[in-house]
Design a protein around this ligand. Structure first.
Ligand code: NAP
Length: 292
């Protein structure tokens, strides 16, 4: 990649903050924009430019990376007179790393193509602790040569890039990965609830899992403290998984496919959300199993 490469990063939430920091630490020239400006202070202290609007950021960047909540947030940063798209010129690149719908992603890819902007569809697998360690798995959609050209940027945030095909293939693969995360989380919560209901200490469940060559997996270990302490500081907020479960069900319905277990998981996530747990880690579903 020819240097200097100016990266504009939009969305300094749980994931974006760590990802932008890793880009800065890898030596890229990083400028940032976040809707809540207070969250940009640590980047300003490091000498990074803080843009007042997405448009101002885009004007001075070769590549814009977005890591925002959902489609409404993407519209808010891309569209309108202060958005990225009107300021972006041909030859620039937009890399979306947020989890959006495949349909939205395909339309965005088309919009970028018409404007001469390169587009990469690069959502990520891995939550906050893995983002902090630059250990994300990047699920890449778009032109293969663009993915290869931008791989130094992507590798500053992740341990691996899995190329999925043209956009929205990265997003499609992301939904498949998150289906597993959603079901593994609810399976773990139900198993711990069943242990407690039978008078067992849930710790015993983790002791047994640790000894099992088949079931001793990193994801269960990452959620152990949440389950044992019944405390759910967010690594991946429940509201985002609820969005993703609905995206999975919509994609399946479009293909005439039923996903009965995912549909049940969506109901439990929705109950947890309605009980006020949207901002907690999705493992908070444990609480909702024993609540009305
Ligand atoms: P988050 O902590 O909730 O951060 C969301 C970011 O989006 C914040 O910077 C927020 O700005 C911004 N935003 C929201 N609405 C906006 C709007 N209307 N206009 C402008 N900016 C807006 O979420 P996250 O955990 O970092 O996740 C970001 C994306 O990655 C989501 O699509 C999520 O599904 C996906 N993801 C998350 C994980 C995970 O484990 N956490 C893993 C993989 C993928 P403010 O600071 O102003 O609120």
């Amino acid at each position: 990649m020819t240097m200097p490469h100016r990266i504009g990063f939009i969305g300094l939430g749980l994931m974006g903050r760590a990802m932008a920091m890793n880009l800065h630490n890898a030596g890229f020239r990083v400028a940032v924009y976040n809707r809540t400006r207070a969250d940009t202070t640590e980047f300003a202290d490091l000498g990074c430019t803080v843009a007042a609007t997405p448009k101002a950021l885009a004007r001075n960047s070769d590549t814009i990376i977005t890591m925002v909540s959902d489609m409404a947030a993407m519209d808010a940063v891309l569209e309108g007179p202060e958005g990225v798209l009107p300021a972006f010129t041909g030859g620039s690149t937009l890399i979306n790393m947020s989890t959006l719908s495949p349909e939205y992603t395909a339309a965005l890819a088309k919009k970028c193509f018409i404007s001469g902007v390169e587009f990469l569809d690069c959502p990520v697998a891995g939550s906050k602790p893995l983002a902090e360690k630059a250990q994300l798995v990047i699920l890449a959609g778009g032109k293969k040569e663009t993915v290869e050209k931008l791989s130094p940027v992507l590798k500053a945030m992740g341990r691996a890039i899995v190329y999925a095909g043209q956009a929205p293939a990265g997003t499609a693969l992301k939904l498949c990965m998150n289906l597993l995360v959603a079901q593994m989380t609810t399976a773990l919560a139900e198993s711990a609830a069943l242990a407690a209901a039978q008078g067992l200490d849930p710790q015993l469940l983790f002791s047994a899992l640790e000894e099992s060559p088949a079931l001793n997996c990193g994801y269960f270990r990452m959620k152990k403290d949440n389950i044992i302490n019944r405390d759910f500081p967010p690594a991946f907020q429940l509201k985002h998984m609820l969005k993703d479960a609905r995206l999975m069900l919509a994609e399946a319905a479009r293909a005439g496919l039923e996903l009965p277990v995912t549909a049940a998981v969506e109901k439990l996530l929705a109950k947890s959300y309605n009980n006020g747990y949207g901002d907690k880690d999705l493992s908070v579903v444990l609480r909702s199993l024993t609540e009305k």
